[in-house]
Design a protein around this ligand. Sequence first.
Ligand SMILES: Nc1ncnc2c1ncn2[C@@H]1O[C@H](COP(=O)(O)OP(=O)(O)O)[C@@H](O)[C@H]1O
Ligand SMILES: [Mg+2]
Length: 569
Amino acid sequence: MASRIAAGEVVERPASAVKELIENSLDAGAAEIFIAVEKSGTALIRVTDNGEGMTPEDLAVAVERHATSKLRTEADLFRIATLGFRGEALPSIASVSRMEIVSRPKDAASGHLLRSAGGNGKDLSPTAAAPGTSVTVRDIFFNVPARRKFLKSPPTELGHICDALNRMALAHPAVHFRLEHDGRTVGDYPAVSAARDRLRQVLGREVAKDMGPFSWEQGDLSVHGFLSAAPASFPNARYLFTYVNRRYVRDKVLTHAILQGYENLLMKGQYPAVVLFLDMPFEEVDVNVHPAKYEVRFRRQSEVHEAVARAVRLALRQEAKEPNTHAGFEMPAPLVGVSEMALAYGAAPAIPRIFPQQTGDVFVLRPRSDDEPAGFFSSLQIIGQILGCYLVCASAKGLALIDQHAAHERVAFERLRRELDAGQVATQTLLLPQTVELSAGEMSLVEARLDMLRRFGFALEPFGPGAYAITEAPALLPEGDYTQVVRQMVADLAEIDTSTRMRAHLEDRLATIACHSVIRANRILEPEEMRALLCDLDRIEFATQCPHGRPVLIEISREELERMFRRVL
Ligand SMILES: Nc1ncnc2c1ncn2[C@@H]1O[C@H](COP(=O)(O)OP(=O)(O)O)[C@@H](O)[C@H]1O
Ligand SMILES: [Mg+2]
């Protein structure tokens, strides 16, 4: 009974058993791990590997509590390299199921079979077997009806099993994984040598194609993996995978650091796709917080946070400097009969070219002066402005569209941020102070936050009961009514509480001001203004997103254009 209660901690659902069994196979050095489940794992789970196998003696004790072969010294407790280390997974699973283990060490002539039901009546017999181990778990929770009732719908439980597999597969590209459900192959990831290929297998081509590699080292911390360029985002954290020493973890510190690394590149409530591996000395991380949960505790938490946020930030900065083609056009299947046309087009050499060929400097309208940065945006050839708010440009790849409002906002934001980092935002003194009437609560809030407002470039003075006068405003803001932005700032400031979230809050405030700095109405830009805007974009980081996460740039490549016009299939 005691073991059945303990089992609840490790084996919450069929997917927990799958996870533990796969971990054991990985620990055994398997190159192939095949998983078969029936009825979403409730009827049967079988994990077969070609790992080192177990001798009959190993087998006899494998389902005994704390039978782990992986703790050789006490010091090992603190240096846990293998995925399993508690010696309780097999006994726990055995105690709530009918289990069969067939195993044969590589150098043995034949194998052995161990059978147990509910962890009792273990019986061992010789049997023919391939080298490796196969663990079969039938009727999980047959003797724990409460737990069985607690299970979710079959598709949900199967989903958990797929998640467990995918998490492990991402970290072990050299291992072939296959999952079958009720006799049908659900996932098949042949061994690959490049981690990127495993990404494609597990996350799919669409998600993987927007992800680029990153790596960063800081002392004995190493952070690397793949992350999505900012425009690719998802409404939940399902594409967020974090690992510590190749062990999948779900950790607030890591997630927070990643999101912080993205800063304001994502819209609120949006998540990136990230596969992040943190490698660090084993004694620095306590993975034994909970028997089966994916929790860890870092000894040097803030250092870990900083390293991860920086790794992500640097990678994104790199990406922002060399933007990919971000247009996410999904072209419908070509119409019947189009292929011939495409062929004819392809063969015709004399198609008039709207854009010049992509060679050297043809895109530069006028010679570049020295103070102009030689960047992506300044290399664009401006064709014109449409709808009063988009710049249409020719880029080396094809067509580039720039949202002028988002671009202005981004430029203003970066300028403000720089000023804020330098101490204070540049201000303008108002000839006519503007009064803001405030409620009693707001009055005391403003009084307490005057310093903060000043850092953002707003100087306020008491102006009789229930009002403040704005005497200075950020220089960047165009002339006009500042009471609205001050009200918004005050409301925002009310939310600032803990100092850890300060940085993020500051950036949100900057975004508020930047947003107000942009003249709302659509405006015709002079060619010089357009050029200046493009040069400004090259001078800042993260130029491809506005501070609210909207894209600044959409680029459509020649290939995409050709697909849209059905020149190619
Ligand atoms: N697939 C496998 N191949 C080889 N040995 C295994 C396998 N699964 C389990 N074992 C052996 O059984 C022991 C108990 O496994 P488990 O209960 O998961 O504990 P742990 O993994 O924490 O050591 C392991 O230490 C290992 O020696
Ligand atoms: Mg284990």
